[in-house]
Design a protein around this ligand. Structure first.
Ligand code: NAD
Length: 354
């Protein structure tokens, strides 16, 4: 992937007083203002931080486009250890930098940051999303992400010739915010669920509801209909692919494929793959519901349910073009952006239309 050359704007932020060092990358605003989270991470070097923010912001362009949102892709990385280096003043300072972009970038929380950090950002800019419900924001995105994965899984099951969840078996790897909520939806729908996590206390409440458990290292190799990765990335690799015994891979984790070639191989082997950034878009769809109008949880839930249709479109494109769904998803995103270019979004046009 060519990193430079396609990003619209990259801003290096340094605030001496708070110690903030951050990079904001706006990849593409054709469809609308760029939206993406603020990631705080202990990067090995400034180059590593730059590579990450360029890659992540590009990913947000594709995710928002396939989700059908009028939003472009952006991202921020804050350089530092979220457990030891975090100070509220940093996020207030970051808010000041975000404000200078005039609405071309909308921030949200991400790995290493929380709603509390978003509240600090909001002291200096209105261009931040995911504030607590009591502040008019959409709050924790995880429940909507889980609901979206559940709805998307229905499309993936249909693509594999399975009808509904009754008697379908699913291995949910990772019982965190998203995985545990997904397991609950699956159990309620009559699926046979096996959950695994490195922490036993996360599994216990799900076992009480009827879930089985397994060693987390075996989660991908169980003989089940669906393997639902909800913990780590790169779980489909040359090592694991020979161990898969599922018909469908559909879960919340980001970057499930080690690379596009392993996705091609999965496709060749007849395993239905629900592209991660399509099926896990419930969080951003939920955030989009707080933009320009008061947030309404019921309306957001209905919007998140569109993920089933979005996946059906991706699978149809994959079938029509004889490619894997991971490549079809990219194509759907690129076609939507190309079609919107003649009437592309700008801050000025958005201001004129109120
Ligand atoms: P989380 O940290 O709450 O949960 C992850 C869980 O995975 C934890 O319980 C952890 O103990 C477990 N885990 C870690 N390593 C494991 C392993 N080797 N085997 C089994 N379990 C393991 O995170 P989350 O918010 O539930 O997100 C899960 C995944 O979904 C992440 O990849 C995240 O990037 C992605 N995602 C989350 C959201 C969201 O709204 N939270 C949105 C989009 C994508």
């Amino acid at each position: 992937m060519q990193l430079f050359g396609e990003h619209e704007q990259v801003v290096v932020c340094h605030d001496r007083d708070s110690g903030l060092r951050a990079i904001i990358a706006i990849h593409d605003t054709t469809l609308g203002p760029s939206l993406g989270g603020i990631r705080m991470w202990t990067y090995a070097s400034d180059e590593a931080a730059l590579t990450d923010v360029l890659r992540l912001s590009r990913g947000m362009t594709y995710k928002n486009a396939v989700a059908g949102l009028d939003l472009g892709g952006g991202k921020t990385v804050v350089i530092g250890d979220p457990r030891h280096d975090k100070r509220p003043e940093m996020f207030a300072a970051l808010g000041g930098f975000i404000d200078t972009l005039g609405g071309r970038y909308l921030a949200a929380e991400d790995v290493g940051t929380s709603t509390a950090d978003a509240v600090e950002v909001a002291t200096r800019t209105r261009f931040v999303t995911g504030l607590p419900l009591e502040r008019g924001g959409s709050g924790d995105p995880s429940p909507m992400t889980a609901w979206g994965v559940f709805c998307g899984m229905r499309a993936a099951l249909a693509e594999a010739g399975l009808d509904g969840f009754g008697d379908v078996s699913v291995s949910v790897q990772g019982a965190g915010h998203v995985g545990a909520a997904l397991a609950r939806h699956l159990l309620a729908a009559g699926a046979r669920v096996t959950v695994s996590d490195i922490y036993a206390d996360r599994i216990a409440p799900l076992v009480e509801l009827g879930a089985d458990t397994c060693d987390p290292v075996e989660a991908h190799s169980l003989p089940v209909d669906v393997y639902a990765p909800c913990a780590l990335g790169a779980v489909i690799s040359p090592t694991t692919i020979d161990q898969l015994r599922c018909r469908v891979v559909a879960g919340a984790a980001n970057n499930q494929l080690l690379d596009a070639e392993i996705g091609d191989e999965l496709h060749r082997r007849g395993v239905v793959y629900a592209p991660d950034y399509v099926i896990n878009a419930g969080g951003v769809i939920n955030i989009a519901e707080e933009l320009g109008r008061p947030y309404d949880a019921e309306r957001a839930r209905a919007s998140v349910e569109r993920i089933e249709q979005n996946l059906q479109n991706v699978f149809a494109t994959a079938r029509a073009e004889g490619i894997g769904p991971h490549r079809a998803a990219d194509r759907v995103a690129e076609q939507r952006i190309a079609a919107a270019r003649p009437t592309r979004w700008t801050v000025e046009a958005a201001r004129r239309s109120g």
